[in-house]
Design a binder for this molecule. Sequence first.
Ligand SMILES: NC(=O)c1ccc[n+]([C@@H]2O[C@H](COP(=O)([O-])OP(=O)(O)OC[C@H]3O[C@@H](n4cnc5c(N)ncnc54)[C@H](OP(=O)(O)O)[C@@H]3O)[C@@H](O)[C@H]2O)c1
Length: 271
Amino acid sequence: MSILASSASPVLLFATGASKGLGKAIAVSFAKAFQKKKITKAQAVLMARSCMDDTENLMVQEHNALQICQRRLDLADLNTLEPKFQDIWTQFPPSSATHALLINCAGTTGTVGPTSHLTLTEIEKATRLNLVSKLWVSSRFAQTYSPVCATTTIANISSMCSIKATPTMALYCATSAGRDIFHQVLAQDDDNNNLRVLNYAPGSCDTDMQSFLRTHDSLDSHVQAYCQSLETDQKLVDPNETADELVRRLLDQDFESGQRIEYTDVSTYKY
Ligand SMILES: NC(=O)c1ccc[n+]([C@@H]2O[C@H](COP(=O)([O-])OP(=O)(O)OC[C@H]3O[C@@H](n4cnc5c(N)ncnc54)[C@H](OP(=O)(O)O)[C@@H]3O)[C@@H](O)[C@H]2O)c1
């Protein structure tokens, strides 16, 4: 069922990592798509630690009837995760929407450097945000919304690092791969037959994460040269373009639940 089948059906959108980079581009792309498809009853909940006024303003420019709520929270703080999300689910209950969407996007590279030198603290820190928190958010979102809403859709923002071992980026690779398989199983375990899950690898995007990698001393020299060449050769993906493709697929439900979709041809990753 396309989410756009009836423009009168209320849509509830939750987007993590919405303060900048890809998450911001995805939030704005949704606003643009809702406007184009005349979806008037849409609410968006934006999540990140820092202010999301810029994202909100861009969304309102695209769709001035969109209701937007910012929630500033640290997704790596596992002690506060449950009460904070309970509060959000209560404010935006499943009964208020026909279609519920989660864009599970917030993330970090974690420590970059030789895998045999990783400390317990570094492993735990990267895993807390990139794995534990993100798995829990998707799981609880499915539990809360799929028994009630006509469609419940989850996009796990994946990476080519899920399928390509990348020197000095073991934490990023391992947590990305772990999320992918978790979301595949989440799709299989759908009891209500209305949960749709997509693992979406957005390509190497022109965001702060890429500029961090280009200049990070501990990144493998071949990987770094590759990251630098993406910028020099203007091969970085425009976050707005990959966001538009993701949003189109989600709203048209143009994917198999549990599928992994790559924005960029994986054979182009040369390092
Ligand atoms: N850029 C790429 O080439 C690329 C490629 C494949 C996949 N991805 C994935 O795409 C996602 C977004 O990446 P990006 O490139 O847009 O990175 P980015 O520019 O660094 O943005 C990261 C986002 O995550 C949020 N975030 C980080 N730590 C958080 C925390 N503890 N609690 C809540 N929010 C937190 C940040 O918000 P605050 O700092 O305001 O909290 C920000 O909105 C990541 O999952 C990344 O792995 C990126």
